[in-house]
Write a protein that binds this ligand. Structure first.
Ligand code: GUN
Ligand code: ZN
Length: 431
């Protein structure tokens, strides 16, 4: 039977443009896809016998998409490292070492995905640990929930602790196996995942580039230019490279399927190469402020003569919130400190349609359109006393979204749907 979801419906058409219905309706078919959307007054007759979830004045919009998050770091938020490298060695690698145990990883995967839903995130591109079992556990849990998820086993063969290291051949073989088993199965996608230039040898980076070229449709995720200490270490390890971006380019890792978390300290030359290759840099503001990595200047990356594609993400567990609302708020603050004032609609668009299109899942999610999956969230603009007071002053959609991203978090997520199924929140049924 079809489901009709009613509320103030909102979707983003392009950066800076929203489509809004004050009394909107979304009809969802039994396969979880949107069959119709528009004003309630125009709902076709045959949907009038459907089950109805009526959210009144709350906002029904596309679920958030987190373009960079670490599954095996879901417990270790708020670990006080001196900087990135200290944080990795002292807290992160020991925690990730637990994920070689399949039973442990399976239990954690369910908790992790349900936590995403609680925070209004319906799709993600995620890092796993070095262990193949960890990636299998996350793929399985995402398949059970029928969500669009992209992940891969992390490859890392040096500068870590033995429990989280592989070797180039094992890493490549397991990556290939995961691709064969999971890529394109249901709503799942696979990403070749070399952690970063510090923890992968030249041999492993070379194999990563070959895998990206050979595995049809695979994406690639890694880290780039996050912190000054990291950049200095990369320079030592690759003395002949022009810069950090050149290290990845020399192994064939730039391109339209490639995602680089952070990009805080990129030079003009690096931006030019990232732009020309169609690569995406994923901005992770709560992580950058927490680790003291720096302020990522969006306007520098987007310079009109060589614009770099951008995504937005939490980067849990260096990031300090699972909430993409909080992440948008922190993006705003980091950009204000860099001399740019983004609008709320621009940032909401980046975190929904924008991330979906970058991650190549834009044909199935990221907006409210006929034929796409009903990956939706219900936002309560008055979820807390502070928000409720603030809404008394709101005079526009931009005002409401702006206050939600500055003041909101999981408390503002009244409900979450993945492929038309309610996966979080209370059901408000009327009619
Ligand atoms: N660089 C390499 N690994 C990581 C990680 O796990 N988190 C962050 N923030 N940066 C990294
Ligand atoms: Zn990361």
């Amino acid at each position: 039977m079809t489901l009709v979801i009613k509320g103030q419906t909102l979707t983003f058409v392009a950066e800076g443009t929203a489509l809004y219905e004050s009394r909107g309706a979304i009809a969802v078919g039994n396969r979880g896809r949107i069959e119709w959307c528009g004003p309630q007054s125009l709902l076709p007759e045959h949907f009038r016998v459907s089950e109805v979830h009526d959210y009144g004045d709350m906002i029904v919009m596309p679920g958030f998409i987190d373009a960079h998050i670490h599954f095996p770091q879901y417990r270790m938020l708020a670990a006080p490292g001196k900087d990135l490298l200290d944080w990795l060695m002292r807290f992160t690698f020991p925690e990730e070492s637990r994920y070689g145990d399949k039973t442990y990883a399976e239990a954690a995967a369910g908790i992790f995905l349900d936590r995403l839903f609680q925070h209004g995130t319906t799709s993600a591109m995620a890092f796993c640990s070095v262990h193949k079992a960890c990636a299998e556990a996350l793929f399985e849990a995402a398949e059970t929930r029928n969500m669009a998820l992209i992940t891969g086993k992390t490859m890392m063969d040096r500068n870590a602790i033995p429990d989280v290291q592989d070797d180039p051949e094992t890493g490549a073989r397991e990556t290939e196996d995961l691709h064969t088993a999971w890529h394109g199965r249901g709503r799942l996608r696979h990403a070749v995942t070399p952690r970063f230039a510090i923890t992968s040898s030249e041999a492993q980076l070379k194999l990563s580039g070959e895998l990206l070229a050979q595995l049809p449709g695979a994406l690639m995720q890694t880290h780039l230019s996050e912190s000054p200490g990291e950049i200095a270490f990369v320079k030592q390890l690759f003395p002949n490279a022009k810069d950090y971006t050149d290290v990845y380019e020399s192994f064939g890792l730039l391109g339209t399927r490639s995602f680089f978390a952070h990009g805080v300290h990129l030079s003009d030359r690096e931006c030019t190469r990232l732009s020309e290759s169609g690569s995406t840099v994923v901005h992770c503001p709560t992580s950058n402020t927490f680790l003291g990595s720096g302020l990522m200047p969006m306007t520098h990356l987007r310079k009109a003569s060589r614009p770099v594609h951008l995504g937005l993400a939490t980067d849990i567990g260096a990031g300090t919130s699972f909430s993409m609302l909080a992440t948008l708020g922190e993006t705003y603050k980091v950009q204000m400190l860099s001399g740019y004032k983004p609008t709320a609609i621009e940032l909401f668009c980046m975190a929904t349609r924008g991330n979906a299109e970058r991650l190549r899942i834009g044909h199935e999610t990221g907006s409210i359109e006929t034929g796409k999956y009903a990956d939706l969230i219900v936002l309560d603009p008055k979820a807390t006393p502070v928000l409720a007071s603030r809404q008394e002053l709101s005079q526009s959609l931009e005002d409401v979204l702006f206050s939600l991203m500055i003041l909101g978090d999981d408390r503002a997520i009244h409900g979450t749907y993945v492929a038309g199924r309610k996966v979080h929140g209370r059901i408000t049924v009327q009619g």
